[in-house]
Design a protein around this ligand. Structure first.
Ligand code: ADP
Ligand code: MG
Length: 315
């Protein structure tokens, strides 16, 4: 196969085959994308960068890299309660290998269709290292959003599903990056709870998606809300049981993309119904918001548990 020019590459890989948006006036091919937001909605936007060999193995199949990059970015929309509108993609590529790019675009198109996210535009550059930046945006009913700062003392803490599967499978992914099966799905194809996030808009007091480990990310809600988060160890849905030697890794390992949220106890049955409607059978109440500002604690009965790390940090 001959090497495509930058413009051939954009046409072949990014100009067609993605979900269409009825609010998109100008898409891939012009200087800007132009959308016409419906009234009365607010626009939620988020951007995420994934660097080869930092966020994923560089030798992983391109379609799996694409799936992971788009899903991790879209997770922020779910955590804010936004309805997906579309995404921009900035790609820095070490070379323009057409078969790699074709595979990447296949994975991107498939994932975009699954998430209902039109591709609005992007940028393509050459660089020494593969870097993928995805900017997602979505709509919120005017005045509504799920911020991290809304937790109230006495609220329940909830988790949309189990944590730990991605962290536990990471050694397998690193050793054999092409493994695409049920075990590696939490890493390459993390579930994005877009429908559930929108339902939580009227039910939750605070929310975020977990990317860097449950306990570390819980600290963000605790600090933003000026409250404490007290977890009941045995209620937390995890990839392995409480007795398993790697149980604590489930609470500190990253890459889960479940939604951690708080809600008034009077919303509990409505939340359970919303979770069932979204097939989130492992959505659980996992603790209680306390007055201990900024503090995250995990209790096993009357015993306070200690963890060596709380989660992943880049610096
Ligand atoms: P400009 O120089 O005006 O920024 P470019 O030549 O970089 O435009 O891009 C041409 C068109 O292709 C633009 O509409 C841009 O949004 C789109 N585009 C470039 N790279 C990508 C990409 N990786 N994914 C989606 N669209 C892209
Ligand atoms: Mg231009």
């Amino acid at each position: 196969m001959s090497r495509p020019s930058e413009f051939d590459l954009i046409r072949d890989c990014f100009a067609s085959g993605y979900p269409l948006a009825d609010d998109l006036i100008t898409g891939v091919g012009d200087d800007c994308s132009v959308i016409r937001p419906p009234f009365p909605y607010d626009l939620a936007q988020s951007i995420d960068t994934q660097v080869a060999d930092v966020h994923f193995p560089a030798s992983a199949p391109a379609h799996l890299i694409a799936s992971r990059a788009l899903r991790c970015a879209a997770s922020d929309l779910a955590a804010m309660g936004a309805r997906p509108q579309g995404f921009h993609l900035a790609l820095t590529l070490p070379d323009n290998d057409p078969s790699w790019l074709g595979d990447f675009a296949d994975g991107l198109r498939r994932t975009a269709a699954q998430l209902g996210l039109p591709l609005l535009g992007g940028d393509t550059t050459r660089g020494t290292q593969l870097v993928i930046t995805v900017a997602v945006q979505g709509y919120l009913p005017q005045g509504q959003r799920l911020e991290r700062s809304g937790a109230q003392v006495g609220d329940d803490i909830w988790l949309s599903g189990p944590v730990g599967a991605a962290a536990l499978i990471l050694p397998t992914v690193l050793a054999a990056p092409a493994t695409d099966n049920q075990a590696t799905a939490p890493y390459y194809h993390p579930s994005v709870h877009l429908g559930f996030g929108q339902k939580l808009l009227s039910l939750a007091s605070a929310a975020m998606d977990i990317s860097d480990g449950l306990l570390q990310d819980a600290g963000h809600i605790a600090r933003a809300s000026d409250t404490g988060l007290s977890f009941d160890a045995c209620s937390i849905p995890t990839a392995v049981s409480r007795e398993h030697p790697r149980w604590s890794d489930c609470l500190t390992g990253g890459d889960d993309y479940q939604i951690l949220f708080t809600a008034s106890p009077e919303n509990a049955s409505a939340i359970e119904a919303a979770a069932m409607a979204e097939s989130l059978s492992q959505c659980r109440r996992v603790g209680r918001v306390t007055a201990e500002s900024g503090k995250v604690s995990v209790w096993d009965g009357a015993q306070l548990l200690n963890f060596q790390t709380q989660g992943y940090e880049h610096f």
